[in-house]
Design a protein. Structure first.
Length: 220
């Protein structure tokens, strides 16, 4: 049995989660701690990847990441290779579909940090970056961990956007959800059962872990 879809899924999900952290944590901080015009609209737009049909989301990503798209062209100039139909393209697609879960959890975690504690740190001379790293971030840690956990689980299970952007190339971009789809088409029960069980177990474990982390964050 070919286990490459499992290895590709892990690689894609870890990369997607890393991208989600880099992009999502600053956005969640702005939404949770700052007031600015258009904030409700921004919060709504953050959830758009969750409600758009996967094929529509995948199409938009294909336009942006393709050789004629702005991101795709910039990537190709920097690295001299295409982003679409690669595992890196799959990681970007998985990041887009999973980042709303991280942002929603992290935004609430940041918003729940007591402003008086942050102000006390400022009174004692802490700069804004020091307040963030030494006060806000540690106090919001459990909520952030819950968001990261959910984001990873969602990235691991992405199908539609990944298929549109990266294709279904065995040994290259074929993740577990894509391998499951192929196994259904070819009646390969061994592959089907193995990857379905793995995906279900990971989803259950990560969802329970995220729920526990989120409940612990709300008590602090």
């Amino acid at each position: 049995m070919d286990w490459s879809p499992l290895l590709i899924s892990i690689k894609v999900s870890l990369t997607a989660t890393a991208l989600s952290i880099v992009i999502g944590v600053p956005l969640a901080y702005l939404l949770g701690k700052r007031q600015f015009p258009g904030r409700p609209a921004a919060e709504g737009l953050m959830n758009l990847p969750l409600v758009l049909p996967p094929t529509v989301l995948g199409y938009f990503l294909l336009v942006l990441l393709g050789r004629r798209g702005p991101i795709g062209q910039a990537y190709e100039r920097l690295f001299h290779q295409s982003l679409v139909f690669t595992w890196k393209g799959a990681a970007v697609a998985a990041c887009v579909t999973s980042i709303p879960l991280l942002i929603s959890q992290a935004r609430v975690a940041f918003a729940n940090v007591d402003k008086d504690i942050e102000d006390a740190a400022r009174v004692f001379g802490a700069k804004e970056w020091q307040v963030f790293w030494r006060v806000t971030l540690p106090l919001a840690r459990r909520g952030l961990e819950a968001g990261v956990t959910l984001s990873y689980a969602r990235a691991l299970g992405d199908f539609g956007a990944t298929l549109m952007v990266a294709g279904d190339i065995p040994g290259s971009t074929q993740t577990m959800p894509l391998a499951i789809y192929d196994a259904v088409q070819t009646s390969n029960d061994q592959v089907l059962l193995a990857f379905v069980v793995i995906c279900c177990l990971v989803s259950i474990v990560f969802t329970l872990a995220a729920s526990r982390l989120a409940s612990g964050s709300s008590r602090h």
